[in-house]
Design a protein around this ligand. Structure first.
Ligand code: P6P
Length: 339
C-alpha cells in the first residue's frame, strides 16, 4: 500500500525498527522537531504582519548581524526540544556555547545541532528560508555535556533533516534508510509524506554557486565552473544552467528533485579560507541527506562526513550533488595537486 499521505509520526514509527535501537526516543525527538518547524513556519509566514522581520541589534558567533527571527526561531527550537527528555544538549548557529538541558528537566541520549533559520537574510525579500538539523548520540548524558561530545564525524549522525519555508512548507528527512519528503498539510496541521525515497540524478546540467566570489577560488573550481559556463563551446558535452537562491535549503532541495551541483568552495576571502558554511549544522546534515539520496558531498579534497570536527562552529568548503559532477570536480582537485 502506498505510504503517500502518511503522517510523519506514523512513517517514523514504522521506520523505527530500522534505525536506532531504542528509536521510540528518536521518533519522539523528530516529532518535537516537526512541532518546532510548524511554529517557525507560522512565524516566518506572518513576519511582515507581526513586525519580526528585519535586523536585531546583536551579532551571532559568526559575527553576522542577527535577524530578529534568527533569535526568535532559535528560542522556539530550544523551548520545543527542552522538555521531553530526548536530548542531553543542543548547539545552535545562533549561540556560541553548548545549550545544556536545565537541571529540573529530564535528559535523554541524543545531541542535536541546528541552524534555526538558514538563509534568514532572504526573509526581507520574501525568498524561502529553512531550518537544518543533525542528530548524534551522546556517549555520557549523566554529566554536563562537553564540546568533545559533539565533535563527532558526520558518519556518526543517526538522523538529519531540513525544513524549507517556501511556497509549501516541507521537511526532508533521513534516518539512514534513504530520504523522504513531507509536506505540511495546513488543513490538518501535519507533515504528510509526499516525496518517498528521494534520489538525486547522477548527471546534471545545473550548477549553484555565488559566482561573485570567483576570483577567490582555487584553480580546480575555476576550471570546473568555467567549463560549465562554456558548455558545448568548451570541454563539456552539454550546456549548463545556473541557479543561486542564497538559501542552502532551497538549493539542496532543488538538487534532490532534479539534480545539480552546489558549491560554497574553499576561498581566500573567508576566514582561514575555509568557505562560509558550518560543518556541524549545515554541511554534515546536508551531506548525510545528499549521500542517502545517491549523491556525493566533498570539500574537494575529502568526504565531508569523514571530517573529525575540531570546533563546534567550524566552517568547511562544500561541494555536493549529482554523483558524476562531484566526481569530476574531485578529479580536477586531484589533477591540480599533481600539477
Ligand atoms: P552568500 C545563508 O546565509 C547561507 O548560510 C546558505 O544558506 C547559503 O547557501 C549561503 O549562506 C549564501 O551565501 O555568500 O551567497 O550570501
Amino acid at each position: 500500500m502506498s505510504s503517500i499521505g502518511k503522517s510523519i509520526n506514523q512513517f517514523i514509527n514504522e521506520q523505527q525498527n530500522k534505525t536506532d535501537s531504542n528509536s521510540d526516543d528518536l521518533s519522539g525527538l523528530i516529532a518535537d522537531i516537526a512541532s518546532a518547524c510548524k511554529k517557525i513556519a507560522h512565524l516566518v509566514n506572518r513576519s511582515a504582519i507581526t513586525g519580526i522581520g528585519g535586523a536585531s541589534a546583536s551579532e551571532n558567533v559568526q559575527g553576522e548581524v542577527q535577524k530578529k527571527l534568527d533569535i526568535i526561531t532559535n528560542d522556539v527550537m530550544v523551548e520545543q526540544l527542552n522538555h521531553h527528555g530526548h536530548l542531553a544538549a543542543m548547539i545552535s548557529e545562533e549561540i556560541e556555547d553548548i545549550i545544556q538541558i536545565p537541571e529540573h528537566l529530564p535528559k535523554g541520549k541524543y545531541l542535536i545541532a541546528f541552524d534555526p533559520l538558514d538563509g534568514s537574510s532572504n526573509i526581507d525579500i520574501n525568498i524561502s528560508v529553512g531550518t537544518i538539523f543533525s542528530i548524534l548520540r551522546c556517549s555520557d548524558a549523566s554529566r554536563e555535556v562537553r564540546s568533545d561530545d559533539f565533535l563527532q564525524a558526520g558518519t556518526e549522525q543517526i538522523c538529519a533533516g531540513f525544513c524549507v519555508y517556501g511556497p509549501t512548507t516541507m521537511m526532508i528527512l533521513t534516518t539512514g534508510n534513504g530520504v523522504n519528503g513531507f509536506t505540511l498539510d495546513s488543513e490538518i496541521d501535519e507533515f504528510v509524506l509526499t516525496h518517498p525515497d528521494m534520489t538525486i540524478p547522477e548527471d546534471a546540467a545545473e550548477f549553484a554557486v555565488n559566482i561573485s566570489n570567483q576570483r577567490f577560488w582555487e584553480s580546480s573550481v575555476q576550471r570546473y565552473i568555467n567549463e560549465c559556463i562554456q558548455g558545448v563551446d568548451g570541454e563539456r558535452e552539454k550546456n549548463f544552467n545556473m541557479r543561486w537562491v542564497a538559501s542552502m535549503v532551497s538549493d539542496v532541495y532543488r538538487i534532490l528533485i532534479r539534480g545539480g551541483i552546489f558549491l560554497y568552495p574553499l576561498d581566500t576571502k573567508s576566514a582561514n579560507s575555509s568557505g562560509k558554511l558550518r560543518l556541524m549544522y549545515e554541511a554534515n546534515p546536508m551531506s548525510f541527506i545528499v549521500e542517502q539520496a545517491g549523491g556525493l558531498s566533498t570539500t574537494g579534497y575529502q568526504r565531508i562526513m569523514d571530517i573529525k570536527p575540531t570546533d563546534l562552529h567550524q566552517r568547511v568548503p562544500v561541494i555536493l550533488g549529482s554523483k558524476n559532477e562531484v566526481e569530476r570536480i574531485i578529479r580536477y582537485h586531484q589533477e591540480d595537486k599533481l600539477s
